[in-house]
Design a protein around this ligand. Sequence first.
Ligand SMILES: Cc1cc2nc3c(=O)[nH]c(=O)nc-3n(C[C@H](O)[C@H](O)[C@H](O)COP(=O)(O)O)c2cc1C
Length: 214
Amino acid sequence: MAESFDLNQTDRLLTTTRAVRKRLDLNRPVPRELITDCIRIACQAPAGSNLQRWRWIVVDDPDLKMGLADLYRRAYEPYIAMQKDAVQRTGRSGANAIMDSSDYLATVLHQAPALVIPCSLGVPEGPQGSVAGFYGSVLPAVWSFMLAARSRGLGTAWTTLHLAFEAEARALLGIPDTVTQVALTPVAYYTGDTFKPGNRRPAEEITYFNGWKS
Ligand SMILES: Cc1cc2nc3c(=O)[nH]c(=O)nc-3n(C[C@H](O)[C@H](O)[C@H](O)COP(=O)(O)O)c2cc1C
């Protein structure tokens, strides 16, 4: 008989792994080994031809974290100004809470015990299939990293804004220009006990059987 999973546990992990911003414990150190454990698990994710061209940069040096956070903030300010303007015009529900917690993250990013930048060897180029293959061979591992972190009491938040200054981040960390950074996540223990499922569209509404439904 096939081994079974405890669906309560697996579904809870999958439905309650949130973007953690205000609940990052900025004062509790995170052991490097724990982050390496999460990376070990993450590397079970699929990758095209199993090439595993992912690399993980864990930044826990205060000056480097400050350098990265400054880049993030440089990109964040014009981005959030635009978002706030759009929300004021359209009144998108739930947006204020996200912007409030995003403001907080931008302010404290350098204080997270670690910032993790997943990278992939190579640069995405060529037809859509190649680009899909490039990102599809690293982003599943990033999400697995976040799930592994969450199940160890660690919070993460997927961010990409620092990539507006990707070259500066590359210079800061000595990343070769043949390597692509794909995200940046703070890693910290989270405060509080648990998280609730997020606000998502009903699966029935976005699932089309046997072809596109217009
Ligand atoms: C590709 C991508 C880029 C994102 N970039 C940022 C970012 O730069 N800053 C940030 O605070 N959150 C960022 N997020 C987090 C999203 O805001 C978050 O996943 C979304 O609001 C859902 O949050 P929830 O899972 O907690 O419900 C990003 C998420 C993804 C998938």
